[in-house]
Design a protein. Sequence first.
Length: 264
Amino acid sequence: MSVGPNSTWATNIGAAVVLVTNPDWIDGDDPAQYTVDGTLGAGKVHGTLTQYKVVKDTLVILAPKNLSFEEAASMVACGGTAMHALEGGLGRGSLQGKTVLAMGTGGLAAALGAHVIATSSSPTKLEVAKRLGATHLINYTTTPNWAEEVLRLTDGKGVDLVADVGGAGTLLQSLEAVRVGGTVSMIGFLTVSEKVDIVPGLVFGAKTLKGIRGNSKAMLERAIALIERNDLHPVISVYEWDEVKKAFGDLRRGNSVGKLVIKV
């Protein structure tokens, strides 16, 4: 890393850093500050698959000291987004006494003290979730009515928060699995779009469905601090510079566990 005149990073030349992909949302809780057209790699904006890039001082954060360059790169989007999902549904700070259903690993929730139930169709991914702190594991292929299992594990109460990445195909079960007054943080939509009636579940359960629109720089900073403090390590698959086409092919096919990183 090199810096221009009057840069605030002049004393940190050589330090490992990560980039803030959402330059318009620095802090605060207003997701309207996030703009797709300004986000690196979104819309028509170029991403970071490049050997050299010029960015503003404000769009750089010190990387977690416990992670490799490749591991740190994988946390730029998912770390901040996961923090947004947790804070948006449960507030900031300790999650002691809270239960979170994660469609994935749930490492940040566990690090904040939450009781984590993880779902996946892959035994390998579930083992990763267990290693990152999940207490209960549910394979939704062998347990298609996984919301019933969540209710059984929580003595019929349901979880405080569901981090839903599936979308229409998982939303009804997410609403069933969350407690009365709880929140479903909608992070993605990986399933096929379909019509679902969510009104009864929301109204009679006094439940909240919250869309997670990007993340702020401050959220990413809090995620990075938590990752470093608890020595969390993301699961990644690393590709060399000349394997770019293979990396994108594997991404489309969903062959890999964790994040795909192209080494520059």
